[in-house]
Design a protein around this ligand. Sequence first.
Ligand code: IVH
Length: 672
Amino acid sequence: MNPAMAEEAAALSAQLERWSAAYFRDDEPLVPDADYDAAMRRLQEIEAECPELQSPESPTQRVGSAPLSAFASVAHRRPMLSLDNAFSADDLIDFDRRVLDKLRVPEVEYCCEPKLDGVAVSIVYEGGKLSLAATRGDGTTGENITANVRTIRNVPLQLSGSGIPGYLEVRGEVVIPRDAFDTMNARAENLGEKTFVNPRNAAAGSLRQLDSRITARRPLAFTAYSVGVVEGELPDSHAAILQRLSDWGIPISPYMATVSGVQACESYYEQLASQRADLPFDIDGIVFKVNNITQQDLLGFVSRAPRWAIARKFPAEEVSTRLLGVDFQVGRTGAITPVARLEPVFVAGVTVSNATLHNPDEIERLGVRIGDRVVVRRAGDVIPQIVSVIQDEGQGSAPEKTRIVFPETCPDCGSDVVRQEGEAVVRCVGGMVCKAQLKAVIRHFASRKAMDIEGLGDKLVEQLVDEGLVTSVADIFHLTTTQLASLERMGSKSSENLMAAIADSRETTLPRFIYSLGIREVGEATARALAQHFLTLDELMAAPADILEGVDDVGPIVAQHIRAFASDDRNRGVLSALQEAGVMWPALTAQDGDGPLSGESWVVTGKLDSMSRDEVEQRLRALGAKTASSVSAKTSTVLAGPGAGSKRKKAESLGVPIIDEAQWLRMMEELE
Ligand code: IVH
């Protein structure tokens, strides 16, 4: 063996492990990807030349190995338990009462952690080296998934630091972060491969691969939540044990906290529940554990769960219900969306009776028929989705099933429908002849972030279009109080109010106006970029595609949509009619976008008292700053109100300055 090569291999291994822990565990890359890849290639070269230098802990071994024919069984030396559930604040209080009674103390300290919605895994380190990993299985016997767990980038193959027990069994959850899941599914869809229903299924499927080279390509991440068998010394509290694991390089939850008493547990629960949709991964509740290990031992176990821990569950995000029928809705751009009518169910805290079915392909993919029992998911604040059909309904009578037939003409205006090459959606070609499209166009035009016509709600838009009082957005500005007062549920007072709101809305800004036109794919941010670039509406309407593509955010497809809008005579007619009706905006100059904060990128998060996040962002932009929704190394400042969670943490870890609302208000006074 060549000693120089051995030395180089050892140095490269250590460096790659450090870089990958920084990247995958701490979310703080130390070097560009290319440097990482180059070091990895060099190590692979050395190991190919001198195979005796390749240890099982080598970073090159994270790419997986030859497929197994089956997983071997692993008997857990200590059973992997489950948790009792609490479904309400009262359940939690009852749990705390049992703990206090048994311990004969007035209050105990709890360690609070998110309950990650993934797959439970046990990982054994012997002499600091990863020697075995297993699934939970039935709690007594699991499957040996060592080869797969070795590919998980944030799992250390070798622990570092001092006082590492000779035998250390770490237990935790393997998940796929939501954004990585979305990317992974989008890629699968592009390649025509099967997509996954949710991150938990994807994590489970990835760990169940007999071919660990496939697992290696999945964005799995591990978080430790406890220890199993340990031969060696550990601290005497749960939180301190987890901290020790973290010191040795094992990832733990950054959201972990210790609190005293059950009231504080409930506050922690409320706080995390409010951040649930913003967390980087799915959680299904909060786990509370008696922190002191001596107290844990006194409390002991009942059957399969400890008496010293409980999971306070969030309302389920997935439930099953029946598909009663399908309506077809026509949107602003003529897109016809199938909307599922469901037997109402309570999911993630609200009653849901509709869900989107997206397009004909989705209906086919799900193989769903009217009458089917379906699984409905509502994660965060997204529109409820149907994730799958329950094929086996078990005993009892299932209703007749009927096929979903996509309409061949527009359900609103009877015009033809087309599906363009490469498009998933079916569209009505009726344009403004189609009342459904016209209504959607007007709703968008009047909406808060567009022309902001207060009081022009959905019901009123319905009536205005159905009565023929409005045939284009420009007609809104020619409505009379008498016309409005003639409508159902419109008194003279509300007519006058609406007239005033319409009049007020005439004075707008160019970005708002562009956004309000409802050009396909032109959202608020694009509208702003277009306004800043072209400064006048005429310049924008005259711009050829290649110039449009020079604007931030605008690619060939958006450019094409803008061109299509601008070259349509009817649209041009509406634009002049709007301007004739007095719609106007202050002229922009090339300096706009400059300001005391120009060049800065801000993120606003958490709850604010003095104004809404929207307003804060508008004011920041007026001062020249850009506003973004996620924190990165490029972020200049984060304005964080109470309840700010992962974004604040990310900013802290990146060293991005964080200010609170009071500081922001002082800053505004100085700047504006
Ligand atoms: S502690 C003896 N902590 O939830 C205590 N479990 O419903 C055992 N889980 O099988 C578990 N996050 O897979 C614990 N922070 C957390 C957890 C957690 C997720 C899972 C775990 C367990 C299941 C029990």
